[in-house]
Every structure is written in structure tokens, then in C-alpha cells.
Design a protein around this ligand. Structure first.
Ligand code: PMV
Length: 334
């Protein structure tokens, strides 16, 4: 019972930050709807994807999960079991599993490795166990590992309904990869691991006095951005994304304890993007890390990349296009 999957990461245009306090926090049911673009990295060695193989068999004496050659324990293993256990229960087997997973980009650097990681795990585990699930159902399972993974099941532009139960908190596609003209250039400032993972950060969002405002604004912005995507209105999508990213960082910075994901260069870059915008239309969005995603139209990506690469504090850049759906592959890792 072996299967492998390839899943892409995604960049949130409307952010998920904070879990609903009305539900068990292990369910990762968010406080607000969110919207993202699933990403395909265009550089030779970085496609921003995770490949995962999982095998269930009676030959294994215990569950083992290996990421980048490291055997996972503690919180990470707990999150993997939250995805796999409900599936084992559905098919009523108690076989142990072996899982190997590889990212083609730095883990935990704010490039959404948990999104592609848990999406790949959910797709591979559902396939290995022969469960007949729709993409929306697979998205609920991926969500149990990492909220944003719910969105990475689909390609193109994706809407995640916060819902009010495990079954109703799922993502669906707004439109496919060719149906809206947007790309991004990621400006990498720092590739190291961040001090506080988003998994931990979600728990303190509610302590910010601005949390309630962000939630209600995000709810409106999610609907507005969906409409703008369907209308093909890049300017509107860019403006809303930028606003929403600032709201999230305002909440992070004013939580208790406060979370400062930005580095000094993040702010420098944001100011440069505002300047670049006078001649080339682009917008910024920043996830839980210091690196900046600069959103632009397809035709402007290489020119924008050149401008960003000239900045002394930018280590490197990655061009990203919308990706296709995450999927099963026959190429196993073991
Ligand atoms: O899925 P998590 O727990 O890694 O949270 C993702 C949080 C952000 O990347 C900051 C925002 C988002 O919606 O992806």
C-alpha cells in the first residue's frame, strides 16, 4: 500500500492567521476565509514543491516519518499522525507506515513548506489506502496537518472556506492556472529557520487588540479578491493582497508575546517596491518570515526580477507562476 505525491506550496493573498477559538485547535479551523495562489518555482532546482512517499505495511513495527533525511519526532510527528490516523480509521487497518518526504526549497523559511508538505502527505496517504475522496475532502485532511495545506491541494487560485466544522472547512479552486494573469518574484532576504513557527504563532493571534478587526476585514477582502480574480483585475488583487498582509503583520507585532517576522531589509524592500510601482505595477505580500513576495503581471516578471536582484540586501530571487493541481506520481522515493 504505497503511493507518492507531488504538492506545490502556495502564497496567501488573504492570510490565515489564528485558529477559530470555537473549535478544538487541533482541527486548524481558521478564524477567517483565505485565498491563495498555488506556486510553481521557475528556477532550475527550486520548483517550490514537496515529494512524499508513504507505505503502509505489516512489515513495519512502528510509524516512521523522515523529512530531509531527519527522523521526525515530537510536534511534527504528532501533526503527521493527525493526518494519517483518521485515514487508517476509515479503512479500518492498523498497519504502521514509513514516510519519506523531500522539499526542493528551504524548510521553514516562510516559503510555506508545511503547506506543500502536508498536501503531499494527504494526497499520498489517501491514494495508498485506496480511499475514494474528492479534492475537497482531501483538502480537509491536509488541513489537519497545517491549515494552509488545505489550499495546496488545488492548482491556480484557491479559496479556503473557514467553515464551522471539520467537514465544512475546505478549499476549492477559484480558477485554473491560466485563467488569471499573475506571477510573483520572491525576494529572499534570509533563508534560515524562523524562531517562531506559524503553528505556534496562530495560538497568540487573539491576544492582539487588532485581531477582531483583521478577521472581519479579511472576511470581506476574501470575497472582494475572489471577484477581482474572476474579473481579471490584477490591480485590485494586488492592492487587496498588500493591505491584507499589513493587517496580519500588525496583529503579529501587537500580539502577546509580539512576533516580528520582518527583518530591517524586509521594510527596505517594501519601500523599494512602492517606488518600483511608479513605473512597473507590483505589490508586496509577506508571510510568517522575512522574505517578500512581489506580485506582478506575467509579462513584467523578468524586468522586476532584475530590479530586485540589484538590491544589495536581496540574497536571491525566485520567479513563481501559478502551479497546476498537486497530484499522485509513480516516482517513489523508496
Ligand atoms: O498553515 P500554517 O500553519 O503554516 O499557517 C500559514 C500562515 C501564513 O503563511 C502566514 C498565512 C497563510 O495563509 O498561508
Amino acid at each position: 500500500m504505497k503511493s507518492s505525491a507531488i504538492a506545490h506550496s502556495n502564497i496567501a493573498l488573504i492570510k490565515y492567521w489564528g485558529r477559530s477559538r470555537d473549535h478544538d485547535s487541533n482541527l486548524n479551523i481558521p478564524s477567517n476565509d483565505s485565498v491563495s495562489m498555488t506556486k510553481l518555482g521557475l528556477s532550475d532546482d527550486i520548483h517550490l514543491q514537496t515529494r512524499t512517499t508513504i507505505d503502509f505495511s505489516d512489515i513495519y513495527e512502528k510509524d516512521t516519518a523522515i523529512l530531509e533525511g531527519e527522523v521526525l519526532t515530537g510536534r511534527m510527528m504528532e501533526r503527521i499522525l493527525r493526518v494519517v490516523n483518521p485515514l487508517r480509521k476509515i479503512v479500518n487497518i492498523d498497519y504502521k507506515f514509513k514516510m519519506i518526504s523531500k522539499n526542493d526549497f528551504p524548510t521553514q523559511a516562510g516559503l510555506a513548506s508545511s503547506a506543500s508538505g502536508f498536501a503531499a502527505l494527504a494526497i499520498a496517504a489517501v491514494d495508498a489506502l485506496g480511499i475514494d475522496f474528492s479534492k475537497e475532502e482531501i483538502s480537509t485532511i491536509a488541513r489537519l496537518g497545517s491549515g494552509s495545506a488545505a489550499r495546496s491541494i488545488h492548482g491556480g487560485f484557491v479559496y479556503w472556506y473557514k467553515g464551522n466544522s471539520h467537514e465544512t472547512s475546505f478549499a476549492r479552486q477559484i480558477c485554473g492556472l491560466d485563467e488569471f494573469d499573475m506571477s510573483a518574484v520572491i525576494a529572499i532576504i534570509h533563508e534560515g529557520k524562523k524562531d517562531v513557527t506559524s503553528d505556534v504563532g496562530h495560538e497568540s493571534a487573539y491576544t492582539s487588540p487588532f485581531d477582531r478587526v483583521r478577521i472581519s476585514k479579511s472576511q470581506e477582502q476574501a470575497k472582494d479578491i475572489e471577484k477581482a480574480i474572476l474579473d481579471g483585475d490584477f490591480s485590485e488583487v494586488g492592492k487587496i493582497s498588500e493591505e491584507n498582509s499589513k493587517y496580519m503583520h500588525a496583529v503579529m507585532m501587537t500580539s502577546n508575546p509580539p512576533l516580528f517576522y520582518w527583518h530591517p531589509s524586509t521594510l527596505k524592500l517594501i519601500k523599494s517596491i512602492q517606488k518600483i510601482r511608479e513605473s512597473l505595477e507590483c505589490y508586496f505580500t509577506v508571510d510568517a518570515g522575512p522574505n517578500v513576495h512581489c506580485l506582478c503581471r506575467h509579462e513584467n516578471t523578468y524586468e522586476l526580477q532584475k530590479m530586485l536582484e540589484e538590491m544589495e540586501y536581496v540574497d536571491k530571487t525566485i520567479i513563481v507562476r501559478p502551479a497546476d493541481d498537486s497530484h499522485v506520481t509513480k516516482e517513489h522515493l523508496f
